[in-house]
Design a protein around this ligand. Sequence first.
Ligand code: 5GP
Length: 138
Amino acid sequence: MAYDNDNIFAKILRGEAPAFKVFEDDYSLAFMDVMPQVEGHTLVIPKDPTENIHNADPVILGHTMATVQRVAAAVKTAFDAPGIMLAQLNGEAAGQTVFHLHFHILPRREGLEMLLHARQMADFDLLERHAQLIRDQL
Ligand code: 5GP
């Protein structure tokens, strides 16, 4: 499948769609998932138009993972999370719904179940507050 320039993350990268951004550098962008599965659910994407792990340039992937590591540490502190789960889905059969490579950062704690994937839109004021908590740690 060819990369679709109109996918929502491409639009966020071009500034055509809004996002609660927490971090950005030359290669990558991190922002809040608008339908979080837990509080603090954050996404990291490469700026390169890459659909999934299979067609990612390893150098771009390296830069993206450096951002994942950095933002995951900030999310962990911001949400006082004992555990951080990373998720990354490739292909519809794996549950991928947005076809621009992305890594999910999910704060986890015992006894707190995750909500269903990409189902319920969060309150935007709350997302902005959560984004600020993470920015404060970066
Ligand atoms: P995937 O299913 O492809 O691994 O994950 C896509 C993620 O993008 C889902 O967790 C979903 O909630 C999130 N998402 C979908 N549309 C938007 C959007 O417009 N803005 C943001 N920030 N996240 C989105």
